[in-house]
Write a new protein. Structure first.
Length: 263
């Protein structure tokens, strides 16, 4: 069964908030993930330097990420900090929050499709949330692999199929990127023409749907090839095919080509 979210955040948690009102000594916010409970961002926790005007950092109606400093459940007080949140933490928290909201929207769609309550459905999906690391991650996996991935985790066929159909309709799978460099040379008078033809042939290789080939100059005679695809296996295969096509083309024109895998 999915674990119910705690009523209050804990010290050190990152939380999504909406700024409600600003005073001379700080900003009052509501905690979006905790049924609108209120917290205070004191002016001393806005930034490490002197704050002349707090509105240079936060404004009414703004959503942002803050860190929990203290929680007093008896008094209903939550003290928060902006200056203790790094850019990476802010970015990751916002991404996680957006994925949670998307997952809730998807699960409601599945609930409507199966004509069962959201609570009943969440009970069924509790095990797969744990297995895949979250509900959105489960939807993302089934969008790529189909219902079998969820059925193997113990979900009923009807629910797995419904989740698969909703996921494939609503989720664009996360794209992965692989990269390499080809070095192409042709010493003939019109060698640059053959290099361009080799790169053009590489750009035009047959590729699966929803993949992308990017080729650009690093510093002649070196040219980068980037592949965007839905999984690493597919991306690596296309990277090899693209680089081999470029090298074969330049070799046929009397030139030379090498490939080096990049990060």
């Amino acid at each position: 069964m999915a674990v119910d979210k705690a009523e209050w955040p804990e010290q050190g948690d990152l939380v999504i908030v909406t700024v409600q009102r600003i005073t001379d000594y700080g900003a009052y916010v509501t905690l979006d993930e905790y049924e609108g409970k209120e917290g205070l961002l004191h002016i001393s926790e806005v930034t490490s330097g002197w704050v002349r005007n707090i509105r240079e950092f936060v404004r009414e109606g703004q959503k942002t990420v803050l860190k929990v400093l203290r929680v007093n459940t008896e008094k209903g007080q939550v003290d928060l900090s902006l200056r203790r949140v790094s850019r990476l933490e802010r970015r990751e928290k916002i991404l996680s929050w957006k994925r949670e909201r998307k997952a809730e929207s998807l699960i409601r769609s599945v609930s409507d499709k199966l004509k069962i309550s959201v609570n009943e459905l969440r009970i069924q999906t509790g095990a797969i949330e744990e297995k895949f690391g979250g509900l959105y991650e489960a939807f993302e996996r089934v969008a790529l692999e189909g219902p079998d991935a969820l059925m193997e985790a113990g979900l009923s066929k009807d629910t797995a199929v419904a989740m698969s159909e909703i996921a494939k309709d609503k989720i664009r799978p996360h794209m992965v990127k692989v990269k390499g460099t080809v070095e192409l040379q042709c010493m003939k008078p019109n060698g640059i023409v053959y290099v361009k033809e080799a790169l053009s042939s590489a750009q035009k290789v047959e590729k699966p749907k929803d993949t992308e080939i990017r080729i650009y100059t690093v510093a002649a005679p070196k040219y980068a090839i980037e592949i965007l695809a839905e999984d690493y296996k597919e991306a690596e295969k296309l990277l090899q095919k693209t680089s081999e096509t470029a090298i074969k083309s330049i070799s046929k024109a009397g030139g030379t080509g090498t490939f080096q895998r990049g990060k």
